[in-house]
Design a protein around this ligand. Sequence first.
Ligand code: PHE
Ligand code: FE
Length: 283
Amino acid sequence: MIGSRHIPPPEAAVDWTIPQRWADYGADEHAIWDRLFARQTDLLQGRAANAFLRGIDVLKLTKAGIPDFAELSERLMALTGWQVVAVPGLVPDEVFFGHLAERRFVSGRFVRTANQLDYLQEPDVFHDVFGHVPLLADPVFADYMQAYGRGGLRAAGAGAIARLSRLYWYTVEFGLVREDAGLKIYGAGIVSSHGESIFALDDPSPNRLGFDLRRVMQTPYRIDDYQQTYFVIDSFDDLLRATLDTDFGPLYAALEGTPDVAIDAVLPDDRVITRGTQVRLHR
Ligand code: PHE
Ligand code: FE
């Protein structure tokens, strides 16, 4: 990360982690979690991937305040060997990848304020824990996240982090999955957003295209608004197979210097699930 700090702030350990200090959260902070949790779990019945809803269940995430990472990690460890650790904010890419490679998910400890319920710039504990952690209870997705961390460390060596981050964005953050009952959400950026949980499935504006690794790596993304294109996987097994067994090195080399695909484009080879109107540009 050019221009960003490479040494942890004074309160953090060398691996950038900090104590969560769960006892220090105030009643107002727990209340924000509770509001967001209730609103999203209602909305996500029938919208979120089965594995996500199952994760909420088996991890016993509830509308009872911000989870204690130690307790959550204990449950997660027993299921898939993952842990949740607190960090002061965004961390350098290689620190992030290093934690994932060791099956540690880094989470913000702060919670948004009441006037940021619908949107905030930096990931807070609701995005990180509610959005990301349920799927870490799924054995296949858990393996995908670790593989991504390892792949990130390799990409760093190859100068290909920007390329690989598109895969993270269009799967871990904004992915859709096709289930028997129809399209479902699994991306953390969607499930933690009230507006996008509706938009991503129901709105005629965005494209919804079958997932293709190379296509994803050629497609930029927006961080300031709802996505203009979503990529749909057939299953987590499929996603894991398409990524784990491919050496990304030659792919990075082949894509170097090639032009990006426009963010709203539909190409002749795309598997089109929905061709978006691209009418709604939003927030
Ligand atoms: N196979 C990828 C590589 O060679 C690693 C990876 C696996 C990345 C799964 C993302 C997800 O770098
Ligand atoms: Fe995230």
